[in-house]
Design a protein around this ligand. Structure first.
Ligand code: AHM
Ligand code: MG
Length: 357
């Protein structure tokens, strides 16, 4: 392609040289995901037309049956990964069990893909941005069929991760462990074009993103951190701004560009947090760390968590390194030792007045 525009396909092929022994399988896998993303994008863009074209569960005027978009997205990604031949197992947030890809083309496939095909899908009905999140691992077992242990790997073992945001424009952002690059879909040529090379998250931001409606159910450390965000302090540019879309991809994408923290902590109704380690937390943690940020469950690095089950959930604090470090500090202070003198002194230091609950 001319005019200085670099497409996702061109970029992936160029970057293959970073991995001297690469045979092109990961490149093909990423390309397959990019193609499926374009197909899903086409349907997401038509979401508002559902009343005209026919409702969910009905048949449209072309005689095609209408599907919920998250089901449709799931099918598209699984189908692209099945026919691509580079993936032996797909684990999807939409499916209870892992899906073995057992086609002739995927006979020697060595990659595992974990995917949340349409994250934030409840936002579709009101035309708010949604996303796809994916994570790629190399299988560990060397013979026979891949097994569950090949899927349950720590986030540090990811070879690539990315997200697609279906927003005011559609973007694909991914990492293979050598920085983060973002591509914007140019609908006129149907290609993702490199628009955000080497993305870096500011070490310090001024945006905090959390569903504050759950405040009473948050752990004390999170309550204290929210109050910290709201206290006036010129040097650290507080009070911060609160922004919460309710689509993780959109909230994290904005914070990645502008600087900020995204938090989904434990709550009374979700004692392990809401978000899933394999489909949401690990891939987003890998991307944010690769952009220079930090990802924690409040105490430990997300990528170090040993997964025990497929749909495991975990709390997450994700974003600008300084902000996540501050939240971790307060989580630690108000963890086991709840209202100790040290914690009260810290409250005073941080100028968080009045004990706050
Ligand atoms: P989903 O996978 O069912 O779509 O849930 C994940 C979404 C995230 O995108 C978003 O940040 C969060 O759930 C919002 O949850 P809440 O409505 O509890 O704030
Ligand atoms: Mg999700």
């Amino acid at each position: 392609m001319s005019c200085g525009v670099k497409t996702l396909g061109q970029f992936i092929i160029e970057k293959q040289a970073d991995f001297p022994y690469a045979k092109g399988e990961l490149s093909r896998l990423l390309r397959d995901i990019g193609i499926a993303a374009k197909i899903v994008n086409r349907e997401v863009n038509k979401a508002g037309l559902v009343d005209i074209l026919g409702d969910i569960g009905t048949t449209n005027i072309q005689g095609e049956s209408q599907k919920k978009l998250d089901v449709y997205a799931n099918e598209q990604f699984i189908s692209a990964l099945s026919s691509g031949g580079e993936c032996c197992i797909v684990a999807s947030e939409e499916n209870d069990d892992i899906i073995y890809i057992d086609s002739a083309v995927s006979h020697n496939a060595k990659y595992i893909v974990c995917i949340d095909p349409l994250d934030g899908s409840s936002n579709i009905d009101c035309n708010v941005a949604v996303g796809t999140i994916f994570s790629i691992y190399r299988r560990k077992s060397t013979e026979g069929k891949a097994v569950m242990d090949d899927v349950l790997q720590k986030g540090t073992a990811q070879v690539a991760a990315g997200y697609v945001i279906y927003g005011s424009s559609t973007m694909l952002v991914y990492t293979t462990g050598k920085g983060v690059n973002g591509f914007t879909l140019d609908p006129s040529i149907g290609e993702f074009c490199l628009s955000h090379p080497e993305m870096k998250i500011p070490a310090h931001g001024t945006i905090y993103s959390i569903n504050e409606g759950n405040y009473v159910h948050f752990p004390t450390g999170v309550k204290k951190y929210i109050k910290y965000c709201q206290v006036e302090d010129v040097e650290s540019r507080r009070p911060y701004t609160s922004r919460y879309i309710g689509s993780m991809v959109a909230d994290v994408h904005r914070n990645l560009i502008k600087g900020g923290i995204y938090i989904y902590p434990t709550t009374a109704s979700s004692p392990n947090g809401k978000l899933r380690l394999l489909y949401e937390c690990n891939p987003m943690a890998f991307i944010v760390e690769q952009a220079g940020g930090k990802a924690s469950d409040g105490r430990n690095r997300i990528l170090e968590i040993e997964p025990a089950e497929l749909h495991q959930r975990c709390p997450i604090f994700l974003g600008s390194a300084d902000m996540v470090a501050k939240a971790e500090e307060l989580m630690q202070l108000y963890g086991a030792q709840a209202d100790s003198q040290a914690a009260e002194d810290k409250l005073r230091d941080l100028n968080i007045i009045g004990g706050l609950d």
